[in-house]
Ligand binder design. Structure first.
Ligand code: ATP
Ligand code: LTN
Length: 327
């Protein structure tokens, strides 16, 4: 069975784009692959943060992952900072990547441009991500298009390390979902729905109540025509609603359009479908949130499973690198 690994950062709130574009796929892969999923809290340290908020966001994101259907018996779900192996391996990855490679990462350029404080960690972020992936002998990494460059770097690091020190790492590949899996902002349908627009009218949060969801869809931007038709270039707002309605009801956007004549009906149908998709997720989330000790227990089980794999890989890495064995 192929090993699949992916990670999600505990910053901002999980939204409908994360669910339909990524997390649903994570759930589906539990049955097809040996799936390992990680809440990457160490990656959240690259920018200044509040410790209480990080602690709460990390646990809450884990609860979201369990609530959407990740099953600790069928996959491994853990918190990156619970293992020492990730930070240790990241140093070795930093010494295997070149300065030039790290400097070419567009996410670093985007996030550092104009920032008051740029941490060293923001620069070496992709080396930690390579450690995440390579520690698990990962075959496939499901991510959004924006992460492709980081996965390419992880591949290059694996190939270089294997060439210098002998076969050590599996060379992973990115699995990018089709463009249809992209959920756009309801107010600015030319941009993807994003965590960075937390709370904004264009973002449906996973924990929004039905009234908020209804209101956000009612106010969604459409266009001055009246025809309900799937045409992402010509009608981005209407097409986004059709994609969401289709994804929420297991149909294509064009199928979702059948029988809907007016924009008002499209908005109402989409809101209803999204509310129905989110209802059971929210119920499970609130149950889990009421019992944080149970979440922590599940995460401890996940960390033990993850450590068994990661520590074996890291032992191999240390030996092949020529680090003196610990006795
Ligand atoms: P930010 O806005 O801070 O970049 P984000 O909302 O893009 O955050 P990430 O943590 O970068 O969220 O992404 C988690 C996963 O969700 C990734 O696999 C990403 O591709 C996916 N994802 C994020 N936004 C969308 C979207 N609008 N549509 C589909 N998938 C998305
Ligand atoms: N950088 C990713 C999150 C991430 C990740 C990973 C994804 C950290 N480590 C390993 C896949 C595999 C992001 O910002 N979405």
């Amino acid at each position: 069975m192929a090993r699949v690994f992916s990670g999600i950062k505990p910053t901002g709130s999980v939204h409908l784009g994360n669910l339909l574009g990524a997390l649903r796929n994570w759930v589906a892969m539990q049955d097809e692959a040996d799936a390992v999923y990680c809440v990457v809290d160490l990656h959240a340290l690259t920018v200044p943060h509040d410790p209480d908020e990080l602690r709460a966001a990390t646990r809450s994101l884990a609860q979201v992952l369990f609530a959407v259907g990740l099953d600790p018996d069928r996959s491994t779900v853990f918190v990156q900072g619970h293992l020492t192996e990730h930070a240790e391996c990241a140093w070795i990855m930093e010494c295997t990547a070149s300065f030039g490679e790290l400097r070419r990462m567009t996410q670093f350029k985007d996030k550092s441009d104009g920032a008051d404080f740029v941490s060293g960690g923001l620069f070496t972020y992709p080396a930690l991500q390579a450690a995440d992936i390579l520690l698990y002998d990962t075959d496939q990494v499901p991510v959004g298009e924006d992460q492709r460059q980081h996965i390419e770097l992880a591949r290059d690091i694996a190939v270089r390390f294997n060439g210098r020190y002998g076969e050590t790492f599996v060379v992973p590949e990115a699995v990018i979902p089709p463009a249809g899996a992209r959920v756009m902002d309801l107010q600015h349908p030319e941009n993807k729905m994003s965590k960075s627009d937390d709370g904004a009218a264009g973002t449906i949060l996973l924990l929004d109540d039905p009234a908020a969801i209804d209101r956000k869809f009612k106010r969604a931007v459409t266009d001055s025509e009246t025809e309900v038709r799937y045409d992402p270039a010509g009608k981005p707002g209407v097409s986004n609603l059709l994609s969401i309605l289709g994804a929420a009801t297991g149909r294509s956007p064009a199928e979702a359009a059948v029988g809907i004549e007016r924009y008002g009906d499209l908005k109402a149908a989409t809101a209803e479908a999204v509310i129905e998709v989110l209802r059971p997720v929210q119920e499970r989330y609130h149950e889990l949130a009421a019992d944080p000790a149970e979440t922590d227990r599940l995460l401890a089980v996940g960390a033990d499973k993850a450590r068994a794999v990661a520590s074996a890989t890291l032992d191999r890495v240390r030996t092949n690198l020529g680090l003196l064995p610990r006795t």
